[in-house]
Design a protein. Structure first.
Length: 178
């Protein structure tokens, strides 16, 4: 069950329980997704798969505030709701499918009941989940960090800037042969 939820991208539930400060990033050497806790004392991030180490700059983490990305290290970070999009889309799908079936059987209360119920769950989930901080450049995600608001919301202009940088260097990620 827990694994199934995680497959849906629902590991934000564990965040709500623990409230620890952690980062999720893709290892720059082997692309393995890594999730690890950190604090201002942490000096490096290490990949469990290929042992690639990333040194953290002294000024990157102050208290439990993140000044710049620990991985790339870019200062452009943005705030977003830690809501797994796939779950939202799945819920809307279930709502439409369920209500269509009820509609087919000309059951009006169920048709609207299912639609409203799934829409309500959608809204509730959205309100319950916390915020996450994301790096424009390397897409690392930070959870449990203080004062995320100081980084601002998603801006298309900055996203576009990094997308173009990425497009210009396709060979930026060396893959290891294992
Ligand atoms: Zn690695
Ligand atoms: Zn980054």
């Amino acid at each position: 069950m827990a694994q199934g939820l995680q497959l849906l991208g629902f590991d934000s539930l564990s965040f709500m329980k623990s409230c620890s400060v952690n980062i999720t990033y893709a290892c720059p050497a082997c692309d393995t997704p890594i999730r690890t806790e950190f604090d201002s004392e942490t000096s490096e991030l290490a990949c469990k798969h290929c042992d690639k180490k990333i040194a953290i700059a002294n000024d990157a983490v102050v208290g439990i505030q993140v000044g710049k990305c620990l991985v790339c290290p870019s200062k452009d970070l943005f705030l977003r709701k830690d809501f797994p999009q796939r779950v939202g889309v799945a819920l809307v799908g279930i709502g439409i499918l369920g209500s269509s079936v009820a509609w087919y059987y000309t059951n009006l209360p169920w048709t609207f009941g299912i639609l409203f119920a799934t829409a309500l769950i959608d809204v509730l989930l959205y309100t319950l989940v916390g915020d996450a901080l994301m790096c424009y450049r390397c897409h690392s995600q930070y959870r449990g960090v203080a004062e995320m608001e100081s980084h601002g919301q998603f801006e298309l202009e900055i996203h576009e800037k990094y997308r173009q940088i990425e497009a210009r260097m396709p060979a930026a990620k060396p893959h290891e042969t294992t």
